[in-house]
Ligand binder design. Structure first.
Ligand code: EPZ
Length: 418
């Protein structure tokens, strides 16, 4: 099992072009299934999750060509409707193919994606939405067998929680349905807007993306287009925190600063100087970070749950006590015992962590519990005294493109030990 080995104590400095968004490219690639023709998607990050998505598209009959960060999908002859169990298990977010397959073929056979490291992650809201649109579901034996006995018909869908994935599946199922669909209490994440912008570029008629109410007027056909995926706001937040904890001076390019409107103020509260230009963010860190009084994760535009783990690392070496509340996932504090092994002082109770800042962390052998938890351990290694070995880095490879080389380009001392 490969690992990252980090020699801590070096200040990060320099500039970095941030990767395309993992959580945008996955639903957009699924959406290419709805296009009877060729779509060209630029700024796709090279990640294991993207590779898995390409495998699923090919299984469904699409011709897919990858050329660096550009993926071309020709779904002219796609007719598949079954996603194999191994691919469903390899990537939990494969559930987002449900809406696209139903919209394209009118039936779908997938296994329930199951939970993952951060929680149960049920899909009841996904199933509620597609049932409202006319889908019949047989969910016995751990498989979901979905059929459209008549046709997909637009309707009103009201979510009890603004689920990102369920909103995406509702959009993908409704975009070629008969009539108008209104989604109430829709997720507002930038990745939803990115998906809708792609679909509208293909001829869809979607209004209100990024707001709580999205209206979709079903269209008969979608035609392929060229599209560039937005910057990964969570990767950007992670690199900013890496600069902050090492007393560094980093500039990130190709970003969308407004997507970090709930993140940048907390870095300023910690004492960082933040300069924003149209597509770049520059962070200059203080010698010693101030504590962040309270960090509470919320659906967008609130503080993103995916940035919680890296910010936990920041809090471990700040002056004073930080309280972190994880409201989105029930099991997303698993990186904390690993940080404690590195000398952090953290108490937890259910979804709440109380972090008393210490002078420094110390290098240790630690294990990634999940994607963002793993990234938080790498960030901890960057600022720790001595050498840190982070294992189970396959989790990290799911979401961070060329993580070690990008950090090295910012003066970090990190290498991948195979
Ligand atoms: C997406 O996951 C992201 N993944 C997650 O990023 C992100 O943390 C999450 O949205 C929240 O922003 C992708 O986009 C691939 P949700 P998703 O449905 O869609 C509950 C990362 O690190 N829920 O908004 O699964 C659920 O259990 C990943 O990049 C139901 O109860 O998130 C959770 O508690 C991790 N029933 C909450 O809602 C449902 O049917 C938020 O889940 C669906 C969700």
């Amino acid at each position: 099992m490969s690992a990252f080995v980090i020699n801590g104590g070096r200040r990060l400095n320099g500039s970095l072009r941030v990767q395309g968004s993992k959580n945008s490219v996955l639903p957009i690639l699924a959406a290419t299934l709805l296009v009877k023709g060729k779509s060209v998607i630029h700024n796709c990050p090279m990640l294991s999750d993207t590779h898995c998505t390409v495998k699923i598209l090919r299984t469904l009959g699409c011709k897919v060509i990858r050329n660096g960060n550009t993926i071309t999908v020709d779904s002219t002859d796609a007719s598949g409707y079954e996603i194999p169990e191994d691919l469903m298990r390899e990537m939990r977010s494969s559930v987002v193919f449900l809406g696209a397959v139903l919209g394209r073929v009118g039936k779908a056979e997938i296994s329930t994606p199951g939970g993952c490291e951060i929680g149960l992650r049920p899909i009841d809201l996904h199933l509620y939405a597609i049932k409202k649109l006319g889908v019949e579901i047989d969910d016995s034996h751990g498989r979901l067998s979905c059929t459209v006995p008549d046709k997909l018909v637009g309707t009103k869908i009201t979510f009890s929680f603004p689920s990102v994935g369920a909103t995406e599946n509702a959009i993908l199922t409704a975009v070629t349905a008969d009539g108008v669909t209104t989604i109430v209490n829709a997720a507002r994440e930038p990745e939803i807007t990115d998906l809708c912008n792609f679909l509208n570029s293909c001829g869809a008629k979607i209004k209100g993306a990024g707001e709580s109410v999205i209206t979709i007027e079903g269209v008969k056909t979608l035609t392929g287009c060229e599209y560039t995926v937005i910057c990964d706001r969570i990767a950007a937040a992670t690199f900013l925190v890496a600069g902050a904890v090492t007393g560094g001076d980093v500039e990130l390019n190709n970003t969308v600063p407004i997507h970090l409107n709930s993140v940048l103020p907390l870095l300023e509260e910690a004492g960082c100087d933040i300069r924003v230009r149209c597509k770049s963010i520059r962070l200059k860190a203080p010698r010693k970070l101030n504590r962040i009084d309270k960090l509470v994760t919320q659906p967008f535009p609130g503080f993103p749950t995916d940035a919680q783990a890296p910010f936990t690392t920041l809090a471990t070496i700040a002056k004073g006590t930080t309280v972190i509340v994880e409201n989105i996932f029930e099991s997303r504090l698993k990186h904390i015992p690993e940080l404690v092994r590195m000398g952090a002082k953290i108490r937890t109770e259910s979804r709440v962590a109380v972090i008393d800042g210490v002078d420094r962390l110390y290098g240790a052998e630690v294990f990634s519990p999940d994607l963002r938890g793993g990234a938080s351990l790498v960030v901890a290694g960057l600022c720790a005294v001595g050498t840190t070995t982070v294992r189970n880095i396959a989790f990290i490879d799911r979401g961070y493109e060329d993580f070690e080389n990008n950090l090295c380009s910012l003066n970090a001392d990190i290498y991948r030990k195979v």
